[in-house]
Ligand binder design. Structure first.
Ligand SMILES: CC(C)(COP(=O)(O)OP(=O)(O)OC[C@H]1O[C@@H](n2cnc3c(N)ncnc32)[C@H](O)[C@@H]1OP(=O)(O)O)[C@@H](O)C(=O)NCCC(=O)NCCS
Length: 408
């Protein structure tokens, strides 16, 4: 049966909610349908595939936000809530649904798209690839007593007056990574009252090395939810953020968490990749409680790859992309004045194969995210063509580690 793909209006919210409940689970009695006011106030875009009787066969939601890559905030289309009605699965409906949603994203100026897949195979054919993982990791609190006490760093409880300092610490950390959502837009921007209401406590690491009388600079924070119980065998506390800008801040925050060890067995820390805050831990007897792989796709080659910070002034790399009509083509990337520039080249795809590196759409995502080197892209079959530019391609994109700390 042919399906019509179009934006979802409020009238289809009951169907949208039912399909979501069937796919992702629902409390007894079903999920609550949002009111028109709630739905209109939310800053997302929803797309559906409808049959001839206006029945909703497939749906997804797109959040528009910025995420940090290569030192700049990049407009990103975050896709969530992808679901197909059980009886219509396996019929290829996702291709058209994504085609429409990503065309709209591109019109909105979003140059990359990201998502948390329930299985990467669903999105690989659409050009997404796994670039990192957002994980909940259980750290036994007893071992934290072995973390060396920092010199001159203390901890204290944050108050709403500290909100700007907390945002600044997150921004300093996020700008140095690839991947973090900037938290500058809804639904990731949180007003101070809500931020503090979400946690039992937010602990700050304060650097007291400043001048006498100085209140000290905030150099890290941990936001935590204490949870129930006081038996270490089963009590677990949740840590949403543990962000430290110095090793002393990391030590101070871990030690404060460790002070719960008589009543809480483990801290369930939301983290990603090889987080530098973990380099101060004397042992790593931690276990991954839940892993959420993160996938990325480039929507606009020039939009995504130009204007990035790069120290490689003077380099010039021609490359081509193939495998998806929307972003196929050939470009030359140059770096001047510390930023990347992109020029579109008129090269036939078959010529491009011999003269320049050729990236698959998935390969371009992996390279851009800094997740895989050119050598690894060749091993994975995502990079072909002349190898002469491989070292520069790797150096251009591999300078920052991939981290993501917000789920959608
Ligand atoms: C996942 C889901 C949306 C896929 O719908 P579908 O109708 O089977 O998808 P399509 O027929 O359009 O297939 C799209 C691709 O997904 C792949 N795929 C489907 N189910 C898969 C699975 N469980 N594991 C890995 N790949 C899968 C298909 O092989 C196809 O790959 P291709 O494009 O490379 O050929 C659907 O099964 C569903 O609603 N599941 C429950 C909710 C869910 O998991 N949603 C995803 C949240 S991120």
């Amino acid at each position: 049966m042919s399906l019509t793909v179009r934006p979802i209006e409020y009238a289809a919210q009951a169907d949208y909610t039912r399909l979501g409940g069937e796919a992702f689970g629902a409390p007894e009695g079903g999920r609550t349908v949002p009111t028109r006011e709630e739905w209109e106030a939310a800053d997302f875009r929803e797309w559906g595939a409808f049959d001839d009787d206006d029945g909703l066969a497939a749906r997804l939601r797109v959040y528009g936000f910025t995420s940090w890559f290569h030192g700049v905030q990049v407009p990103t289309a975050g896709v969530a809530g992808v679901a197909v009605e059980p009886e219509r699965r396996g019929s290829g409906h996702l291709t058209r649904l994504f085609g429409a949603a990503l065309a709209e994203a591109r019109e909105n100026g979003e140059v990359i798209s990201t998502l948390f897949p329930s299985a990467p195979g669903i999105y690989r054919g659409l050009g997404y690839e796994v670039v990192g993982s957002f994980d909940d990791v259980d750290v036994p609190l007893q071992n934290l007593s072995r973390v060396t006490a920092p010199d001159g760093i203390t901890t204290r409880r944050a108050t709403p007056a500290d909100f700007d300092s907390i945002v600044a610490v997150h921004r300093t950390w996020a700008a140095a990574q690839n991947g973090p959502i900037s938290r500058a837009e809804k639904p990731f921007w949180t007003p101070p009252e809500k931020f503090f209401a979400d946690y039992t406590g937010v602990t700050l690491a304060i650097d007291g090395h400043g001048s006498a009388g100085d209140a000290g600079a905030v150099v890290g924070f941990a936001s935590w939810i204490r949870g129930e119980g006081y038996t270490p065998a089963d009590a677990v506390m949740e840590i949403d953020d543990l962000i430290a800008l110095t090793p002393g801040a990391a030590r101070a925050l871990w030690r404060t968490l460790g002070s719960f060890s008589t009543v809480v067995g483990a801290a369930r820390v939301s983290t990603s990749g090889l987080d530098p805050a973990w380099l101060v831990l004397p042992d790593l007897t931690s276990t991954v409680h839940a892993a959420h792989p993160y996938m990325l796709r480039i929507l606009d080659v020039a939009g995504a790859l130009a204007g990035l910070e790069s120290p490689l002034d003077g380099v010039r790399v021609p490359f081509a992309v193939r495998g998806a009509a929307d972003i196929e083509g050939a470009w030359t990337l140059t770096v001047s004045d510390g930023v990347t520039h992109l020029e579109r080249d008129a090269v036939l795809a078959e010529d491009a194969h011999h003269e320049r590196p050729v990236l698959s759409v998935n390969g371009l995502a992996l390279l851009y995210a800094g997740t895989q080197s050119a050598a690894n892209l060749r091993i994975a079959g995502h990079l072909t063509g002349t190898p002469g530019h491989d070292a520069v391609l790797t150096a251009l994109f591999a300078g920052r580690q991939l981290h993501v700390r917000d789920y959608f």
